[in-house]
Design a protein around this ligand. Sequence first.
Ligand code: ADP
Length: 160
Amino acid sequence: MKKIVVYPGSFDPVTYGHIDIIKRALKISDKVVVAVAHNTEKEPLFDVAERVGLLKRALKGIKGVEVDDFACLVVDYVRKKKAHVVIRGLRMISDFEYEFQMALTNRKLAASVETIFMMPSEQYSYLSSKLIKEAASLGADLKGFVPRFVEKKIKEKLGV
Ligand code: ADP
């Protein structure tokens, strides 16, 4: 049986930190479903279709990855994909509280779904989509943070 894991998130937009986690997740699974969430409280820069498109392009050529979107509970989506594992990235202690709450809530909602946390390479441990957008709005060079085509799209959106 194929081991499928689901990596849910906003991905607004994809960064090298996300890609690092996806590559690590592939080491412990046969297939990683990268799932872009619709129901996020945050005000996104990119709509869901754009975020999916950027992820697909960034992950082109990496075998065993599927990019999808979902509008339901994460645990319901995981079960729909016939998976049992949610992958989340852990950067700093600051991620911990939110991730801990979410993992335990998901466990309460669906005891059969496990959450696995993975740490990125330390060069990405401070990277966030939010900070990248802020830096881009002030004209920063995003080399080393996101692929060039993603940088171009961010700057187009922000009009910088
Ligand atoms: P969310 O809004 O669900 O937190 P994000 O797109 O910000 O969505 O992140 C999705 C997942 O990827 C989260 O588990 C987050 O902690 C993780 N993540 C984000 N950036 C990085 C990074 N630079 N390194 C490792 N994990 C990351």
